[in-house]
Design a protein around this ligand. Structure first.
Ligand code: ADP
Ligand code: MG
Length: 731
C-alpha cells in the first residue's frame, strides 16, 4: 500500500469523532494519509532532564509549578505571561497566539515544560515552549523522544500523539517503499514504514535523523522525477525528429559542474565546448525576417548575442512538436531585448505569433516602442496590451490577436488574462523573469499549443530554483557587452557632502547631460519612523527650487498613473526634462542613452542587486557615465563594506554572489517562490545537497530506463500512476 493510497477517513481512528474533523482540516489533515504525513515541527527529547538553570546550553526539559500570572501589552497585542519554577530556578512563559493556555495554566498547577529559553530583561524567558499536565502526554510514559506537532485550537499535543499513534499501529505495517530498493540500500535509508513510524516516535536521536533523511530524500527524488520527465519529454522529441541526441546544456548542469550558488563561473566555456562552429563566421542560420532586421541594425551583434540566437534558432527549428524552454541570462545592458526580437521574428516567419511580457507597464511600453521602431518597417503588426487599456480599444485588440492579425504583442501579465486568446501563439518571452512568480509559467503556456518559452534575466537564478522550478530548462548566456561601453565611474559620498555631488551634476547638466536621482521612498508619509529619510516627492521640489533652478526637474514613481509616467518618460527621453527624480521604478529596463548620471541617495537602503540594476541605467551612450552612492553619515562598517562591493565590481553576477555572501542564502531573491513547491518535509534551500543528489538519481533513472520497466524502477512508475506526490507539476 502506498501511503497516499490510504484513503481511510479520519473517523476510523479511535478518538476522532465528527466534531474533530473540521479542526484537523484546519491543519490540512483530511484523511489518514494526512495524519501520518502531519510531520512534527520539533521533537521533545525527554530522555534527558534539563533544569531551568541550564537553559543556556540545552533545551529545558523539567517539571514546573505555576507561581504567578500577568498580562502584558494592550488590545490585540495583549498576551498572557506565566511565571513558573522548578527546583533550580524561575522562568517566564510568553503565551503568544495560544489563548487556550489561559485556562490551562492556573496558579499552583504542576506541568511538564520543555523548550528553548533565552535571557531577557533580567528573566529567563521563552515563547517557544511545550507545556502539558504531568501525566498527560499521550502515548508513551517513559523517558523518550516525543513529537511536537503544529496545533490549532481544540487540539492538544496529547490528542494528536494518540491519533497518530493509533494510525501507525493500524496502517504503518502495510506501507510500501517508494524509493527504488537500490537507493535505499546504497544510502542506508529506512524502509518507508520504519521511516514514517520513526518520524513521529523515534527510538533514538539517530533513528530520527535517519527517518528525516529518508523522507526528505524521497520527496526530493519525486520532485526531480517530475522535473526530469518534463525535460526528457522535450528532449526526446528533438531526438526523434533529428535522429540524434542533442547535447542539452541545462541550467542545473552548470550548477552541478561548478558547485556554485549561481550559474556563472569564470570560465564555463571549458566545461561546455561551444556547440556551433558557425559562431566565428558572420553567417547565421537566419530566417528572411531575421536577416532583414540584422541588416538594418546600426551595429553588429555581439558574440554573446550571436551565440544565444544560434541556440534559440536551433531550438525553434525543431518543428511544432518540440517546444523550447530556455533561460537567457545576460547582465544589465548586454542586449537581451534584441535577441528576444530576433526570436520573435522566427516565430512570425513560421506563421505564428509572439508575446513579450515585461514586469512593469513602463518597461513593456519601452519594448513596444522599440519593437515598433525596429520591426514595423519589416511589415509586422505590433500591439501593446496592459491592464490599463480602455475597454473599447482592448476589445478591438483582442479581436485582432484572436484573428492572427497581430504578429507580436508586447505587454504586462495582462497578456495572459482570461479573455485573451491567440490565433497561433508560437513564442512567449518573459523579460526580467525574476520579477514574476514561478506559477505563472503554466498559465502562460496554456495560451498556445506548446509555445516556445524564452525567459530573460539579468539576475542569476539561485541554485535551488535552477534544480527545481527551472530544472528542465536549457540556458544561454550572454557574457559580453556591446563594444564601446565605458564602465560607469562609481563614487561613494557621505550625505553631509552631498552638495559636492550636486555641484558635479550641475556641471554635467550644463554640458548637456541628463541625470537620475533615486530615493528609497515616494513621499514622507510612507512610513512612521522615516522622518529623516529623504523621499522622492520632497526632493523633487527641493532639487527644482534650490539645487537645479535652471533645469527642468520631474518626478516619477509607482503611484502616478500610467499616462503620467509615460509622458514623463517620453519627455525625459526627448531631453525636455534634465533631472528625473524617481524611486526604484527606473530600476528595470529603462533605456535613455543621454542620461549618464545616476545619484542614489540613502544607497544603504537598497539591495546590491537593485543598486546594480539602477547603475545599469547609465553608461548606455558614448559619454563617460557616473554613479554616486550617497550614504547616511551614521552608516555602520557592515553597510560600508556592502557599498564597497559596488565600487569594486561591475559584473552583476559577482555582485549577486557578494550579496549572497553578505545576506546568507535564506534570502536569495526568488527562493521564497520555492514555497510553491508544496513540499512536506524537505526544504530545497536547506537540503540543497540532497536535492542535487536526488536529481542525479532521478535523471539517471529516467535517461537509462525511460519506460521505468526495470524491476527496481517499477515502483517509480507505480507511484506516478497511482498516487503522485505532487498532484500536478505546480510550476
Ligand atoms: P538588457 O540586456 O539589459 O535588456 P538592452 O536589450 O536594453 O539590454 O540593451 C541595452 C542597449 O544596448 C540598448 O540601447 C540596445 O539598443 C543596445 N544594444 C543591443 N545590442 C547591441 C549591439 N550588439 N551593439 C551595440 N549596442 C547594442
Ligand atoms: Mg532588458
Amino acid at each position: 500500500m502506498l501511503i497516499r493510497s490510504l484513503s481511510v477517513p479520519l473517523t476510523a481512528i479511535r478518538g476522532i469523532g465528527s466534531a474533530l474533523v473540521p479542526k484537523l482540516a484546519r491543519l490540512g489533515i483530511r484523511n489518514t494519509t494526512g495524519l501520518l504525513c502531519h510531520y512534527p515541527r520539533d521533537w521533545e527529547d525527554r530522555s534527558v532532564q534539563v533544569p531551568i538553570r541550564e537553559f543556556r546550553h540545552r533545551q529545558v526539559c523539567t517539571n514546573v509549578t505555576v507561581v504567578a500570572r500577568d498580562w502584558i501589552g494592550y488590545g490585540r497585542m495583549r498576551t498572557l505571561k506565566v511565571y513558573v519554577e522548578d527546583e533550580s530556578g524561575k522562568a517566564s512563559l510568553l503565551c503568544f497566539n495560544r489563548p487556550w493556555l489561559e485556562k490551562q495554566l492556573v496558579a499552583g498547577g504542576h506541568f511538564r515544560l520543555w523548550g528553548r529559553f533565552y535571557y531577557k530583561y533580567g528573566e529567563i524567558q521563552s515563547s517557544n515552549f511545550v507545556i502539558e499536565e504531568t501525566g498527560d502526554r499521550g502515548p508513551g510514559t517513559g523517558d523518550q523522544i516525543l513529537p511536537v506537532y503544529p496545533l490549532t485550537a481544540g487540539l492538544t499535543q496529547a490528542m494528536l500523539r494518540r491519533f497518530v499513534n493509533f494510525a501507525l499501529e493500524q496502517y504503518a505495517a502495510n506501507l510500501d517503499d517508494e524509493l527504488p530498493g537500490k537507493i535505499i540500500a546504497r544510502d542506508g535509508l529506512l524502509p518507508k514504514k520504519a521511516a514514517i513510524r520513526a518520524i513521529h516516535f523515534p527510538a533514538s536521536v539517530a533513528e530520527l535523523e535517519l527517518a528525516k533523511k529518508t523522507l526528505i530524500f524521497e520527496e526530493l527524488f519525486y520532485l526531480e522525477i517530475m522535473v526530469g520527465k518534463r525535460a526528457l519529454e522535450r528532449k526526446r522529441k528533438v531526438r526523434s525528429e533529428k535522429g540524434e541526441v542533442r547535447r542539452g546544456r541545462s541550467l542545473a548542469d552548470y550548477h552541478q559542474s561548478i558547485d556554485s550558488n549561481h550559474i556563472f563561473d569564470d570560465n564555463p566555456q571549458s566545461l561546455f565546448p561551444t556547440p556551433h562552429s558557425s559562431l566565428l563566421t558572420p553567417h547565421l542560420p537566419c530566417s528572411p525576417l531575421q536577416n532583414r532586421l540584422i541588416e538594418r541594425l546600426p551595429f553588429s551583434l555581439t558574440p554573446g548575442q550571436t551565440e544565444a540566437i544560434v541556440e534559440i534558432i536551433a531550438d525553434m527549428a525543431t518543428g511544432p512538436s518540440f517546444s523550447m524552454a530556455r533561460l537567457l541570462q545576460g547582465d544589465v545592458g548586454s542586449g537581451k531585448t534584441l535577441v528576444a526580437f530576433l526570436a520573435a521574428l522566427r516565430a512570425v516567419n513560421d506563421g505564428g505569433q509572439a508575446a513579450l511580457m515585461a514586469p512593469t507597464e513602463l518597461l513593456a511600453r519601452q519594448h513596444a516602442e522599440n519593437a515598433a521602431l525596429l520591426l514595423e518597417p519589416l511589415g509586422l503588426q505590433i500591439a501593446f496590451l496592459t491592464g490599463n487599456i480602455k475597454a473599447a480599444g482592448r476589445k478591438d485588440l483582442l479581436r485582432h490577436l484572436a484573428a492572427g492579425e497581430v504578429d507580436i504583442v508586447v505587454g504586462t501579465h495582462a497578456l495572459f488574462s482570461k479573455d485573451v486568446t491567440y490565433k497561433n501563439l508560437r513564442l512567449v518571452v518573459v523579460d526580467e523573469q525574476h520579477r514574476f512568480g514561478v506559477t505563472q509559467r503554466s498559465l502562460i503556456m496554456a495560451k498556445g499549443a506548446n509555445p516556445h518559452l524564452l525567459m530573460m534575466s539579468a539576475t542569476p537564478i539561485p541554485r535551488t530554483l535552477a534544480l527545481t522550478v527551472f530544472g528542465d530548462m536549457d540556458v544561454s548566456v550572454i557574457r559580453d557587452m556591446p563594444p564601446g561601453r565605458k564602465p560607469v565611474k562609481t563614487h561613494l559620498a557621505k550625505e553631509s557632502s552631498e552638495d559636492r555631488v550636486y555641484d558635479f551634476i550641475r556641471k554635467k547638466l550644463e554640458a548637456g547631460s541628463q541625470a537620475y536621482f533615486v530615493y528609497p521612498l515616494i513621499d514622507g508619509g510612507d512610513s512612521g519612523d522615516t522622518s529623516n529619510i529623504k523621499d522622492a516627492a520632497s526632493m523633487a521640489e527641493r532639487l527644482a527650487a534650490e539645487v537645479f533652478p535652471r533645469f527642468s526637474v520631474a518626478l516619477i514613481h509607482s503611484k502616478l498613473n500610467e499616462e503620467e509616467k509615460r509622458t514623463t518618460m517620453e519627455r525625459f527621453r526627448r531631453g525636455e526634462i534634465q533631472v528625473l527624480v524617481a524611486t526604484s521604478v527606473v530600476e528595470v529596463g529603462v533605456d535613455v542613452p543621454n542620461a549618464n548620471c545616476m545619484v542614489i541617495e540613502h544607497a544603504e537602503r537598497f539591495g546590491l542587486s537593485a543598486l546594480h540594476q539602477l547603475r545599469g541605467r547609465v553608461g548606455r551612450g558614448q559619454e563617460q557615465a557616473f554613479c554616486f552612492l550617497v550614504y547616511s553619515d551614521e552608516l555602520t562598517d557592515d553597510g560600508k563594506s556592502r557599498l564597497k562591493v559596488m565600487l569594486e565590481n561591475t559584473d552583476g553576477f559577482v555582485i549577486a554572489e557578494e550579496d549572497l555572501k553578505l545576506r546568507g542564502p535564506g534570502q536569495i531573491a526568488g527562493t521564497e517562490q520555492s514555497g510553491y513547491l508544496n513540499l512536506g518535509i524537505a526544504n530545497p534551500i536547506r537540503d540543497i545537497e540532497e536535492l542535487a543528489r536526488a536529481r542525479t538519481d532521478a535523471f539517471f533513472i529516467l535517461e537509462n530506463d525511460p519506460g521505468l520497466v526495470l524491476d527496481d524502477h517499477r515502483i517509480v512508475a507505480r507511484v506516478l500512476d497511482e498516487a503522485p506526490p505532487f498532484s500536478e507539476v505546480v510550476f
